[in-house]
Every structure is written in structure tokens, then in C-alpha cells.
Design a protein around this ligand. Structure first.
Ligand SMILES: [Zn+2]
Length: 53
């Protein structure tokens, strides 16, 4: 996951859910900008989430 503004990968998730359920709010430490990212892009720990709604 990288910042769409400065292309830096020094980002952190600040909120698991943002405006939509498939997105989360991420902050870039490099340019200190908040943006939304698709959760699927960094959802690696959950493998079997078929009935986890
Ligand atoms: Zn940035």
C-alpha cells in the first residue's frame, strides 16, 4: 500500500472502516495526508472470512 500523493510506502491504518465498508482510512507519514484505501489490498491475516460479516 502506498500513498497516492507522494508515492511513499510509509503509511499507517488509522481507522479500519472509512466511508465505505470495503475501505479504510490510512495516513501517510511522509506527507501527513489522509486517504482511503481498499481493505482487500492489505487484508492478509484473514484467510477464511466467508461467514465473518
Ligand atoms: Zn504521502
Amino acid at each position: 500500500m502506498r500513498c497516492p500523493f507522494c508515492e511513499s510506502d510509509d503509511v499507517e491504518v488509522v481507522a479500519p472502516f472509512a466511508g465505505q465498508i470495503i475501505t479504510c482510512q490510512v495516513r501517510c507519514r511522509a506527507c501527513n495526508t489522509y486517504f482511503e484505501a481498499i481493505r482487500e489490498e492489505f487484508e492478509s491475516s484473514t484467510t477464511s472470512s466467508a461467514d465473518d460479516r
